[in-house]
Design a protein around this ligand. Structure first.
Ligand SMILES: *[C@@H]1O[C@H](CO)[C@@H](O)[C@H](O)[C@H]1NC(C)=O
Ligand SMILES: *[C@@H]1O[C@H](CO)[C@@H](O)[C@H](O)[C@H]1NC(C)=O
Ligand SMILES: *[C@@H]1O[C@H](CO)[C@@H](O)[C@H](O)[C@H]1NC(C)=O
Length: 522
């Protein structure tokens, strides 16, 4: 019996196997995790997957982002590329504890990213031997981060026609517009805008100009084919030919908005519930969780460190924690100096590293105080924990609004981190008002019972693309319409013209009738 199932499975994978290339330059941890998950899901479905992962930031080089995908191809960076990686890594993030993260300062960061990807293309051009080797694998489909445009010359060199640009974040208005997806700036903000779905007039105006300004100032980079005569690749014209786009947004968590059939929402694909629930931590963690009736985990992630927050905030947090003696606080704190502001406070455990997902999966953990990075957002959503969301920069403001909408969490401004009464209020609510945990659990239940699981959805759409290639039938004509046509301005003009004409005509008629009557009376 077992043998025949094995045989069937074997047959299945031979007849249905496709060759996928997942292109994932190493520049960010969560980005690589997302693409590693995609690669593994396709491998597990019986396909031949190559994970091409050129190094940009050295410290990610030795991390295995894939498990079941064994065909992993690396490429060493040039000195220039390494320098870009270091420049990005050494970014001055500390200031975001006290400063706004607005679009204007994101602009130079995006510029560094683009230069980095351009240099990545140069590195590939100097290593055509590696690409020639890749070409032998005859890929059916390439999957890559949509804004890593060096994928286009790679795709061109390897003669891959079918491609799936994907996003490791929730939403990118520029990508939406490129494929002809309705992206009304009045409705939902871009991933880097902090607004959410309820926008006032100023926010709508900012939302309206953000994308055109970005496009004007940065736009698409110029990439040339690696093959002679090295023609320019028209990425703007090519991008809408994508068979699908995969985005890291979950329809049951994210703001509802108009999308296309082409947009496949696979948010939560990186969360493996079974694995999370089966995690074990050592006895000391269990002892900490048993200390008091309630326990809260406090962590601001791996980019922004607690140790760098203003001393005033540390003091406010610690003194507020001291006012909740029946609660244990596990605080991820990356340095040895907590004594300076938390002397004598018994119920805080400072640790440099936490087994975050294992703790979140434990029923003894009551709540999570987090920076609202997308990874943590997905984890608390799936594991159903109430959370205080304190976004610091980049997409975190949007993430916090996205999750707090579900009433299982509280949005908390980083500018209130020195306000003990506001902190105490948030602690009191999230720990003792059971409506938060109820709503958080309800969302988790919905996610566990999604009609189609993100992994399955991704695999089916990727297979469809591999089988049918580009899908012009999914390309909306509206993409080619002019502004005037799309917004019915021509129709509105005619209607207004007719209305005005009728009114003028009626007025004239009235005047004639009036003057006739007058004549009669006279
Ligand atoms: C997948 O890889 C195996 C082993 O390298 C190879 O035998 C097979 O032909 C590949 N499948 C396709 C569809 O190329
Ligand atoms: C990665 O591993 C190799 C050998 O295993 C080692 O030589 C290298 O220093 C490591 N690189 C980093 C950045 O840790
Ligand atoms: C959250 O609470 C608001 C206000 O009470 C309510 O209108 C909304 O429907 C709730 N949302 C969910 C997902 O329960």
């Amino acid at each position: 019996m077992r043998f025949s199932i094995f045989l069937l499975f074997g047959l299945f994978s031979i007849t249905n196997g496709y060759n996928f290339l997942v292109y994932c330059p190493l520049f960010g941890h969560s980005h690589s995790k997302f693409f590693g998950t995609i690669a593994d899901a396709l491998t597990d479905a019986g396909h031949n997957v190559t994970f091409f992962t050129p190094t940009i930031v050295e410290k990610y080089r030795n991390i295995s982002y894939t498990k079941s995908t064994k065909d992993v191809v690396h490429m060493e960076p040039s000195d220039k590329l390494k320098a870009y990686g270091e420049q990005m890594e050494s970014g001055d993030f500390v200031r975001f504890w006290t400063e706004d993260s607005t679009s204007t300062e994101i602009l130079p960061v995006i510029e560094i990213f683009q230069n980095m990807y351009n240099e990545q293309a140069e590195v590939m051009k100097l290593n055509l031997g590696v690409l020639d080797d890749l070409k032998k694998r005859n890929f059916d489909v390439i999957i890559f981060e949509s804004y890593v445009f060096s994928a286009y010359p790679l795709m061109d060199y390897l003669d891959i026609t079918t491609f799936i640009p994907s996003l490791s974040v929730t939403h990118d208005v520029a990508l939406s517009q490129a494929i002809g997806e309705p992206a009304m700036p009045s409705v939902v903000s871009d991933v880097l805008s902090p607004f959410g779905e309820k926008l006032n007039i100023l926010e709508r105006a900012l939302n309206l100009i953000a994308v055109p300004v970005f496009d004007l100032m940065i736009g698409y980079p110029v990439h040339r084919s690696f093959k002679p005569p090295h023609d320019v690749i028209d990425i703007r014209a090519l991008e809408p030919e994508a068979s699908f786009v995969f985005i890291n947004s979950n329809p049951f968590v994210d703001f509802p908005r108009a999308t296309l059939t082409k947009t496949v929402e696979i948010g939560g694909i990186s969360v493996d519930l079974e694995e999370l629930r089966s995690q074990k931590f050592d006895e000391t963690w269990s002892e900490i969780l048993n200390l008091r009736q309630k326990t809260m985990l406090v962590s601001f992630g791996s980019v922004m460190f607690s140790k760098d927050m203003p001393l005033e905030n540390k003091k406010a947090l610690a003194s507020t924690m001291a006012k909740f003696p029946e609660v244990t606080f596990i605080w991820k704190y990356e340095s040895n100096d907590p004594d300076s502001f938390a002397k004598g406070i018994q119920n805080i455990h400072f640790v440099k590293w936490v087994p975050q997902t294992a703790l979140l999966a434990d029923s003894r953990l009551s709540a999570f105080f987090t920076h609202a990075g997308l990874g943590s957002i997905n984890e608390v959503s799936y594991l159903g924990k109430p959370a205080i969301l304190c976004p610091l920069f980049a997409d975190q403001m949007r993430n916090a609004k996205m999750l707090s909408r579900h009433n299982g969490s509280i949005e908390f401004s980083k500018y209130d981190l020195s306000d003990t009464s506001k902190i105490a209020d948030a602690f009191q609510k999230i720990l003792f008002d059971s409506s938060y945990s109820k709503h958080a659990e309800k969302l988790a239940e919905q996610l566990e019972n999604q009609p189609i699981k993100p992994k399955e959805l991704m695999v089916k759409y990727a297979e469809f693309a591999a089988r049918f290639g580009r899908l012009p039938s999914l390309d909306p004509y509206s993409r080619k319409m002019s502004f005037i046509e799309y917004f019915l301005i021509d129709v509105a003009a005619i209607v207004i013209f007719v209305l005005i004409s009728v009114i003028l005509l009626l007025k004239k008629l009235l005047c004639v009738v009036c003057s006739l009557k007058k004549k009669k009376i006279d």
